[in-house]
Design a protein around this ligand. Structure first.
Ligand SMILES: C[S@@+](CC[C@H](N)C(=O)[O-])C[C@H]1O[C@@H](n2cnc3c(N)ncnc32)[C@H](O)[C@@H]1O
Length: 256
């Protein structure tokens, strides 16, 4: 979810952007359990805020992608004081039977309904395209071999089959069993590709200078090196345009 916070306005506003409807249900439920009323906004959200359909809490959630934030900030005509972008997927995506986990029986990986799901991709894409996805978004050295096996073993109908293909490719190459982290790289590659996650991040970063208020702060929470690289590159660019980078190095979960 992406959080926009307007702390300096008369009515402090907190606006969450989430593209997955299932996560919005969870967020509203969580807030309700903590006695916080949140309003779900539709596309004409600034009309509602400007017409004073305001929650007592100032909490709004909108079912939208990060890449659209710029449009909303422009509509609202208020720059953001604090932006927190928590990238990737949540523990719910892996725990629930939504087709993200390698422990699930079905293959989906979509955060919304705007693309093909993993089942369709594995069973219809050309071998070369599968290999490119696995290499580009998973940095997987055996991408070509995994793609070849996927095509050979079609129809691929469950995550277990995909997992076994990856394990077998590694076993043939290295003669040893691999851990789940290695298998995860290929699953993650498809998820990033299906949801255009890197493109989403790049668009948001491109608009950052227009979105933030003077002295506004943006924080990005990333999970893998592909995201890290894009963020570092964009921050370097922003530094050249007069922004300050507040941390010398990215903070890790063990940083005190
Ligand atoms: C790491 S999780 C957030 C976890 C949350 N902070 C928590 O503590 O439970 C990232 C969330 O961002 C959502 N998300 C991913 N890409 C998005 C995008 N481009 N636009 C909007 N939401 C996105 C995912 O659906 C997921 O719910």
């Amino acid at each position: 979810m992406l959080h926009l916070i307007y702390r300096n306005s008369k009515e402090p506003l907190f606006i969450g952007f989430e593209r997955d409807k299932r996560m919005i249900v969870k967020a509203i439920e969580y807030l309700k359990n903590n006695q916080i009323e949140a309003v779900l906004l539709n596309q004409r959200f600034n009309e509602k805020i400007n017409k004073n359909i305001i929650t007592t809490s100032g909490f709004y959630i909108i079912n939208q992608r990060f890449s659209k934030v710029n449009e909303f900030v422009n509509q609202l005509e208020k720059k953001v004081d604090f932006l927190i972008c928590d990238l990737g997927i949540s523990m719910f995506h892996l725990k629930e039977d939504w087709g993200f986990s390698m422990k699930n029986n079905h293959l989906d990986m979509r955060l919304d309904e705007e693309s093909l799901n993993l089942l369709e991709i594995l069973n219809t894409y050309k071998e070369e395209d599968l290999a490119n996805i696995i290499y580009q978004y998973g940095e997987e050295r055996y991408s070509k071999y995994i793609a070849k096996e996927i095509v050979k073993k079609r129809p691929i109908q469950s995550a277990t089959i995909l997992k076994d293909i990856i394990i077998n490719v590694y076993y043939k190459k290295l003669k040893k069993h691999i851990n789940e982290k290695v298998v995860q790289r290929t699953f993650q590659a498809f998820r990033i590709y299906i949801n255009k996650e890197l493109e989403e991040l790049e668009i948001l970063l491109k608009h950052l200078k227009n979105i933030l208020s003077r002295d506004g702060i943006a924080v990005f929470i990333s999970f893998h090196s592909l995201e890290d690289r894009i963020i570092k590159h964009a921050f370097k660019d922003l530094k050249n345009k007069g922004f300050s980078i507040l941390t010398k190095k990215p903070l890790t979960s063990s940083t005190r």
